[in-house]
Design a protein around this ligand. Structure first.
Ligand code: SAH
Ligand code: F3S
Length: 481
């Protein structure tokens, strides 16, 4: 026994001896999708081992990392503006180094160094384990770039450092990359081919969260329903796997079942589902487990069959309706949310009307809606003219948003006078005396704090609503605590 303690002490001192400069400060900022936020937690973990502590004060940072998004031009412009800000700060803090991570890093590669003088380091989404070496390079005064995409990197072996956490909900990434090749989308180019993470490491990460008293996990991937673990490697190489690997492969329904079974007290969410890859077996697993939230984020992009085809979305409007009907048959009342794009090249008024009528059919709980933004290098960017005038795109988007607002209001009104189980995840943005939380359907609820605590499950009686938020009063703790 004594010997073991001695050894562990020795181990600690070796670590300290190797990294005496345990005082460098990392400022890390993330833009874009949830995957970027999850990745930043992996990056913080890698750099913690290098002696970096995170700070939320830009002015005192030794290293500033910005995890970037390329999905629309506007997302890239936001990052460029932040770089201007870093430039201003650097005048007062000349030792500060700046690294760009994520999709913009992957898209622009070393061009970034030419275009933005403030940038010292460019690191793509699969190269974060190389950060210690890259930082050594910039410490020695050279610029550093690594944008190599990987076949099997999933960061499954890294325990993320939770950043800006509420201690209640956490993101757990389960796949990386995307093989779908929607013609408008830059993700397959910036995040590479699709690969899945070892279920064992997923379960270990969730165990750790559960031990720390987290109450909710969101399983993340560009396309979670195509999760497929067969021992590592790209999804597209599954055909070449051995018979044994094929027989023991784990798909998304199985993974979801494993997580929900092992952690019955944790709420489980997942995002994003792609209609062409989502199958009934997932609905049955959702039905089987009370702790899997009854909400599916199911982007459709357009309601027109012609546009869906141009987008290389591999389903029709009718197939989407069949899927929606199936969801409601197996999971009555299940919430569905959307992503939609207004003004894809060649979109006519009739196509746009098809989008509106599709929305009328589904009556989504909520959604994320955008005007089309041409992305360099994508199939649509190369082969199609961005021919819908900006005003037309904006007008169509406004019509889509207005219709969604009506549908959201229709959904929230249906909860009036019901009792909803809410997981408290923070203080209401509008009132310090109110909690906010979410229902299983992912609808936000606010209610007076009384004696309830962050992270508790509470039954809330819904008395009022806006189109996005439910307002109520707590009745009692739910049996889930
Ligand atoms: N499957 C992914 C989708 C990532 S992109 C996920 O995990 O969410 C998120 C959304 O951005 C897409 O569903 C789409 O609606 C929108 N989007 C992607 N590329 C776009 C583009 N070029 N212009 C406008 N919106 C775009
Ligand atoms: Fe993009 Fe389509 Fe994949 S939207 S992330 S290529 S599913």
């Amino acid at each position: 026994m004594e010997k073991i303690i001695d050894e562990s002490k020795q181990g600690e001192s070796i670590v300290l001896a190797k990294k005496p400069e345990n005082t460098r400060k990392l400022y890390i900022e993330s833009y874009g999708c949830q995957m970027n936020f999850a990745d930043s937690e992996v990056v913080a973990s890698i750099l913690a081992k290098e002696g970096f502590n995170t700070t939320d004060r830009l002015e005192e940072a030794d290293l500033v990392l910005v995890n970037t998004c390329s999905i629309r031009d506007k997302a890239e412009q936001t990052v460029r503006k932040r770089l201007e800000k870093y430039n201003a700060v650097k005048r007062h803090n000349p030792k500060m180094k700046v690294g760009v991570l994520g999709c913009m890093a992957e898209r622009l590669k070393s061009k970034f160094l030419e275009e933005e003088k403030i940038v010292d380091m460019v690191v793509g989404p699969d190269a974060y384990k190389d950060l210690p070496n890259l930082i050594e390079e910039i410490d020695e005064g050279r610029n550093a770039v690594n944008v190599v995409l990987s076949k099997d990197e999933t960061y499954g072996d890294i325990a993320p450092v939770r950043l800006n956490t509420n201690g209640v909900s956490a993101l757990v990434s389960i796949t990386r990359g995307c093989d779908n090749m929607c013609t408008f989308c830059v993700v397959p180019f910036t995040r590479g081919r699709e690969r899945s993470r070892d279920p064992q490491s997923i379960l270990e990460e969730i165990q750790e969260l559960s031990d720390k008293n987290f109450k909710e996990v969101t399983l993340l991937g560009q396309n979670v329903d195509s999760f497929l673990w067969y021992g590592g490697g790209l999804k597209k190489d599954f055909e070449k796997a051995s018979e044994m690997q094929k027989a023991t492969a784990v798909n998304f329904a199985k993974l979801l079942d494993m997580v929900a079974t092992k952690f019955p007290k944790l709420r489980v969410r997942f995002s994003t589902s792609n209609p062409q890859d989502m199958h009934e077996n997932v609905f049955h697993v959702m039905k089987k487990h009370k702790n899997i939230c009854k909400h599916i984020h199911l982007p459709v992009q357009s309601g027109s069959n012609r546009i869906l085809k141009e987008m290389n979305r591999l389903h029709t409007r009718e197939e989407y309706f069949t899927l929606i009907d199936k969801i409601q048959e197996i999971l009555p009342g299940c919430a569905v949310s959307q992503d939609l794009i207004a003004g894809f090249p060649t979109e006519t008024e009739e196509d746009h009307q098809d989008t509106l009528s599709l929305m009328d059919y589904v009556k989504y709980h909520f959604g994320y809606m955008f005007t089309y933004s041409e992305r360099p290098g994508t199939m649509a960017g190369r082969k199609m003219e961005d021919d819908i005038p900006e005003e037309t795109k904006k007008r169509r988007l406004a019509e889509i948003i207005e219709l969604q607002r009506k549908h959201s209001a229709f959904r929230t009104q249906a909860y009036l006078n019901t009792i909803q189980e809410v997981l408290i995840d923070g203080t209401s943005k509008k009132s310090d005396t109110h909690w906010k939380g979410r229902t299983s359907h992912n609808t936000v609820v606010v209610f007076p704090k009384e004696h309830y605590q962050l992270g508790e499950f509470v039954n809330v009686k819904i008395n009022d609503c806006t189109s996005a938020t439910l307002i109520g009063e707590a009745i009692a703790h739910s049996e889930n605590n």
